[in-house]
Design a protein around this ligand. Structure first.
Ligand SMILES: NC(=O)c1ccc[n+]([C@@H]2O[C@H](COP(=O)([O-])OP(=O)(O)OC[C@H]3O[C@@H](n4cnc5c(N)ncnc54)[C@H](O)[C@@H]3O)[C@@H](O)[C@H]2O)c1
Length: 336
């Protein structure tokens, strides 16, 4: 039995804390928000983030970061991605060299365009930063619905250590050395989920959404490969797997925000209505900057940015996408 720590008090933090507790580990859950800690301690449930899933009594809940991470074999970073840097700052002087920190937050940092493990390593260069990602809604993991994810780490030893801590008969973790592509897939699919939601909000159908998903993963893969990733990872659990679950699900906040935008809401109005961080909006900006930097053509990402940040009507953006110059599906395939 190992001591493990989960940072965050949202739905994903709770679902993963529960998995680790059910696997027999000694779990401490920490949140920076005193009010959240009080509510979680009193109600043993996050009534907004993960209603209906009780936090087992054995899980300790605290607001004290030092106590939370002391002697921890693995720290899981499950705060919203915009707080990964500030939370890493809190850990900076209190975790030992080589500390395993598993990031599960999905996003690309505004300004630096770092992935979340890069943010953690930027603040604490001596840690062993790992990513766990894949098609995994907290709402389903919390109910023990069979789920598969992938763990990306710098060494096989670390990846398999984290794999074993998490895996059980309903939560199956695979390992991979391709940390960067796993993180890019997990963040950038949120941009395509916004696009799929927008199409839904405009009243379009399954054809449109399938086209957006297929062409979307192609854009993401091209960018990822240009940034040094492996194309196969984008066709795995953290790429196409996560794209499918996010674009097709009622649980996805990015998709829900997209639907509202398709119906005519502005980004701010949609975010207010969804009442959760819509990480795809930050990732959309980052993706566009990265596309320019790496000279990759990303028409869908560009259109999403125009709708979100330049007030381009969604219907017009969709029409412009359809009316681009006709081309091959795969330009590298040659005619006999
Ligand atoms: N919910 C899911 O199904 C799911 C699945 C996979 C990955 N994720 C990712 O996990 C991360 C957490 O998602 P979530 O759904 O649990 O909730 P969320 O993104 O709404 O995060 C909320 C949590 O962030 C923390 N937080 C808020 N303000 C903070 C602050 N000032 N300082 C430090 N921490 C603060 C709080 O603990 C809060 O409960 C996100 O990056 C999300 O993309 C979520």
């Amino acid at each position: 039995m190992s001591k493990v720590t989960v940072l965050g008090g949202g739905g994903w933090a709770i679902a993963l804390a529960k998995v680790l507790n059910e696997n027999g580990h000694n779990v401490t859950l920490w949140s920076a928000l005193e009010r959240e800690v009080e509510a979680l301690t009193k109600e043993r449930e996050n009534k907004v983030g993960l209603p209906g899933v009780k936090i087992p009594e054995k899980i300790k809940i605290t607001n004290d970061i030092k106590e939370a991470v002391k002697d921890s074999k693995m720290i899981v970073m499950a705060v919203a991605s915009s707080f990964v840097r500030s939370t890493s700052e809190l850990l900076k002087d209190i975790v030992p060299d080589g500390q395993i920190i598993v990031d599960v937050a999905k996003g690309i940092e505004d300004g630096t365009f770092y992935t979340m493990t890069e943010v953690i390593e930027d603040v604490i260069p001596t840690v062993n930063a790992v990513v766990l990602s894949g098609p995994s809604h907290a709402e389903e993991v919390g109910l023990q619905v069979p789920t598969a994810v992938v763990v990306g780490a710098k060494t096989f030893e670390t990846a398999s250590f984290v794999q074993r801590l998490f895996s059980n008969d309903y939560f199956r973790a695979y390992t991979s050395p391709d940390r960067k592509s796993i993180e890019l897939g997990g963040s950038l699919k949120n941009v395509i989920a916004l696009a799929a939601g927008i199409a839904d909000g405009l009243g379009y159908g399954d054809n449109t959404e399938a086209a957006l998903m297929t062409r979307g993963i192609k854009e993401i893969t091209q960018l990822g490969v240009a940034m040094g990733g492996h194309s196969r990872t984008f066709h795995g659990l953290s790429g196409i797997g996560d794209l499918i679950v996010t674009c097709g699900s009622k649980h996805s906040r990015n998709r829900r925000a997209g639907i509202l935008i398709g119906k005519g809401y502005t980004l701010d109005e949609a975010v207010k209505e969804v009442n959760m961080v819509v990480e795809g909006a930050v990732s959309a900006k980052a993706a566009l900057e990265l596309a320019h930097k790496y000279n990759v053509d990303m028409p869908l990402v560009e259109s999403v940015n125009q709708v979100l940040f330049e007030n381009k009507p969604a219907k017009e953006a969709m029409r412009d996408i359809m009316k681009r110059d006709l081309t091959h599906e795969f330009p590298d395939l040659v005619w006999e």
